[in-house]
Design a protein around this ligand. Structure first.
Ligand SMILES: Nc1nc2c(ncn2[C@@H]2O[C@H](COP(=O)(O)OP(=O)(O)OP(=O)(O)O)[C@@H](O)[C@H]2O)c(=O)[nH]1
Ligand SMILES: [Mg+2]
Length: 413
């Protein structure tokens, strides 16, 4: 039976919600079960991480140098570091596939079951940047991928900050289209039962809302920056949002954990197992379909570009192999200046077909017949403009270190 691919767990959440501490907790939990995960740190700005990373963006990019080099602020530095890092996503996926594939030399060795990923505190920088999407989509196209949305429970206990957090999580679910687990963290400080109740029982949410309004604490005393004074308008807005989110809640798993004490971590991994199955069942077919559509789109665009290029290159008829008019009675004429460089290094005798057009070859009405190509030329054009399927690997078995060195040398001077 082939080993199941490792599940990627991407930890996202507002600044200070406890992503890194949670990573440390799940890392030590998996080590204690003798199933060490593969660890990736994508936060270039973190000073030190309390776990050993297999791939750490800071090994390849010096965030402060990137800021200086491109004259950026802190967030700009993070986005640019992620963008540079994302340009090598092929190598990263290669390394992950190599490292997590079962090793035939050591059949007894337990295959890696989880890849855990820490992300920058500025969640919008990761979630809404091109590089964040590239990294997530590439991971999801190679492995079952689950988003762990970490919530600072003590700071989410007012109805308005709870609602802001839920709306943000909803937007991430919509954006990533990946299975999501809401991780109410820091339950050693504040239990998460209130949140689960608000998500499953609309009346309970309404009662909390009313209580806050009556108590004049509407908008949250937890410093969550609520909506200001109790107002009927805001109350009804929160009500309708809560109703609207009911459908969204149904797609989520919700766990309460303490990254400090380790309470709730088993529930988290149970949820990861459920979401990984859901990924294979519901998300993967959808991903494949979207990828196929994108490839078809790209292929048809390439065809169009090909046709346009031919026209732009003023392709004219060329002699067909026998020198006379081809079967369709139309002499084919392919003379394209810029193909010469392609021709220089190709030694096929079909080059002979690309010759200067003779006068008499122009068909009767002298009109430039619709240029079409023998398949030799078509193939060569296709090669010329086809995307490289694989970014140049950094040579040989690029381990994490040589990958980091390679990235350093090829990116920021
Ligand atoms: N009591 C308690 N504190 C926690 C818990 N998890 C994290 N913290 C504290 O919350 C603060 C932020 O934790 P981090 O893990 O750095 O949070 P983060 O989301 O990685 O922060 P950024 O990367 O800066 O966004 C730290 O002081 C942690 O000690 C928890 O489960 N319980
Ligand atoms: Mg962190």
């Amino acid at each position: 039976m082939t080993a199941k691919p490792p599940v990627v767990i991407v930890c996202v959440g507002m600044a200070g919600s406890g992503k890194t501490t949670f990573m440390q907790r799940i890392n030590s939990h998996l080590h204690s079960k003798r199933e060490p995960p593969y660890v990736i740190n994508l936060d270039p700005a973190v000073r030190n991480v309390p776990f050993e990373s297999n791939i750490d963006i800071r090994d390849s990019l010096n965030y402060k140098e990137v800021m200086r080099e491109y004259n950026l602020g802190p967030n700009g530095g993070i986005v640019t570091s992620l963008n540079i890092f994302a340009t090598k996503i092929d190598q990263i996926i290669n390394i992950l596939e190599k490292r997590t594939a079962p090793n035939p030399e050591t059949p007894k060795a337990k295959p890696i079951k989880n890849i855990i990923v820490d992300t920058p505190g500025q969640i919008e920088v990761f979630m809404w940047s091109a590089s964040g999407s590239i990294l997530l989509e590439s991971l999801a196209s190679s492995f079952p991928t689950v988003v762990a949305y970490i919530i600072d429970t003590p700071r989410t206990s007012s109805t308005s900050t709870f609602m802001s957090n839920m709306l943000y999580a909803c937007s991430i679910l919509y954006k990533t289209k990946l299975p999501m687990i809401l991780v109410f963290n820091k339950t050693d400080v504040k239990d998460a039962d209130f949140a689960k109740e608000w998500m499953t029982d609309f009346e309970a949410f309404q009662a909390a809302l009313k209580q806050e309004e009556d108590g004049g604490s509407f908008g949250g005393v937890d410093g969550g920056g609520g909506f200001g004074g109790g107002s009927g308008y805001m109350g009804s807005l929160l009500n309708s949002m809560s109703l609207m989110l009911e459908e969204f809640y149904r797609h989520l798993s919700v766990v309460g954990v303490s990254s400090m004490t380790g309470k709730g971590i088993d529930d988290f991994f149970t949820a990861v197992g459920e979401k990984a199955d859901e990924f294979e069942r519901d998300y993967k077919p959808e991903l494949e379909k979207r990828r196929k559509e994108r490839q078809e789109e790209k292929a048809s665009k390439r065809e169009k570009d090909l046709g346009k290029m031919m026209k732009d290159m003023n392709v004219s008829e060329s002699r067909n192999a026998s020198g006379g008019p081809n079967k369709a009675g139309v002499a084919q004429r392919h003379h394209v200046d810029t193909l010469s460089d392609l021709e220089d290094n190709s030694n096929s005798e079909s080059e002979a077909q690309m010759v200067e057009p003779d006068e008499d070859e122009v068909d009767e009405d002298g009109a430039e017949d619709e240029a079409y190509m023998d398949d030799g030329l078509t193939k060569r054009y296709k090669q010329a403009i086809a995307p490289t399927t694989q970014a140049a690997s950094s040579g040989g078995d690029s381990s994490e270190q040589s990958f980091a060195k390679y990235l350093r040398t090829t990116q920021v001077g």
